[in-house]
Design a protein. Sequence first.
Lengths: 314, 336
Amino acid sequence: MAIRTYTLAMNTKPMLLKYTILCVAAFILLLICGCGSNTHKDEAAARIILEDDLGRKLELKSQPKRVFAFASSMTEMLYAVLDTSTIIARTPNDDYPAAVYSKPIVSNYPVDYEQVLQLKPDLIFTVEGITPLDVAERLGELGVPVYYQKYRTVEDVFTGMEKIGQIMGREKEAHYLADSLRKEVSSMAQKYKNVKQPQQVLAITWKDPIYVYGQNTIFTDKLRILGAENAVKEVFEQPYPALTREYILKLDPDVLLGGSKEKLENEFFGLYPELRKIKAYQNNRIYDPTDNLQSRPGPRIVESLRELEGFLYP
Amino acid sequence: MIGRSLYFILALLLIVVVLGLGLQVGSFEANAATIWDAIFHYDANNTTHFAILHLRLPRLLLALVVGASLAFCGYLMQAMVNNGLADPYLLGTASGASLGAVIVFFGFVPVSMAGLYLPSVFAFAGAFLVTLVVVILGYRKRQLIPSQMLLAGIAMSSLCTAMVGMLTFLSDSEGKLKSVIFWSMGSFERATWQLVAYPAVTILLALLFFAFYQKQLNILLLGSERAQAMGVKVAQTRWVIMGVVSVVTGFAVATSGPVGFVGLIIPHVTRAVMGTTGRGNLLFCAFAGGFFMLLCDLLSRVIYPPAGLPIGIITSFFGVPFFVYLLFKKNYNFRG
């Protein structure tokens, strides 16, 4: 068919058109051949069915060999559990561990579908709330399944770690790491088991308007382990609710997290001078947690607990 | 005439009632007796008293003042361009303020400098700059041409909105987006006694000034040619209105963000109640705007405690049905 088109073109059409037609024909031919061989391979391979933390069912052609994460915390998880050669990309925000810088950057917001397809991942890991569900559905249609995890407690992170191990054929490594981290957490919990008066801690994520870590975040569980409590007791629908000055005045937290004393003096208490009445300000208990450590539920969670411990029991 | 005075008294009464109710809503339990105590027997060590006097009261007063300012400016703008669709943001104030504040939030300048909270300062500057551009574009043949200004305002607003959109899209942090929401829909949570002072003083001065100017304003509604024939200096009046509106709206927006809809709907309510050319229209408009804003703020906090829904959402939800009702009412018409 291609050859016939070619001869016909040669006799009647100018040179440029002739070559174009030839190229298109060759391309179509190539495409047909390529598709054919792929289908054969697929049918031969065994299929794996996964269910992620959101209850979404995913189908994999085989055990994934090329993966990456859409969330920085998840990238840290992958680096802790996987053979690093199976991690094929990073998002623009990923900065830990340092080895991550050697991987190509893939845009996670907005997701560049073409770029993702070009990387040919077998599976993408992400965390609830980071990747919109419709993006995951679209990627699924394009043949790239997206696996979600969600965490409410520190233990959830360790279980998540083990699940990643199972999916990627690294059960032993994942289990070993998770267990050693569990031990450290439980010894910390043991140490602060009998704290008489738990300190009330408020952690702000944004200053204008004021947003804080709510009750239903992993932060609450971290404080529980350290014998302290999230000052926000009310359970809001959002993990990070917006609060008023009056609400915070009523909470009257012992400890305030969210920035250095100088920074908060300028940007928080300068804006809301009324809040200088809270105990945390009066007793100078204001601390600046490392953002990428506290906000990422990953293998460095024990490290983040240590940092909090330093603030709570100086 | 007696009817109109009654409306004034009614508006004042309603303001006092909503103020009283508003003072009771918050995280600390407070009833009428607590509020009485907080105001007349203030105890510095009582946190509830502190919350009522230093958090709730300034907040309510800010809502009152900003509502009054926006309604007042809306009335002036509608009179100036002789069109019922005009609102105080026609000069690009709202989007200019948003852009100014967003520039600070996205880290181009520090958030505070020498004790000044820069988002508000930049919002004011943004509002002022955009208004200036709109005025320059609307200035032809040595006078302000309302239709030119309208178009220039729309164009500048679109430009600023696009820039805010671009900055938002390129943002790397979710928190910044929350600030952008605030700066596009408004809130009174940042109110302090110092903050209330700026818009309060401006609106009071503006009201006083226009008490002597109401007549010219009414004649302006007849159209610029007839107004000119009746001895009103149209060009000069437009400059005065423009200047007052830009300053009053600027302060309102810089303190509370651009709250929508109040400046559009309340002037219509005023004319429906008081007549198109009533003598006390501007004052009543300010009262009605203040009352409406107080009510919306109270509703926002009752519906969605503790922080309250962005105020712009409430003003639209409750304002639009009423506005539609007004439009269908037979005996109301923009020019009376």
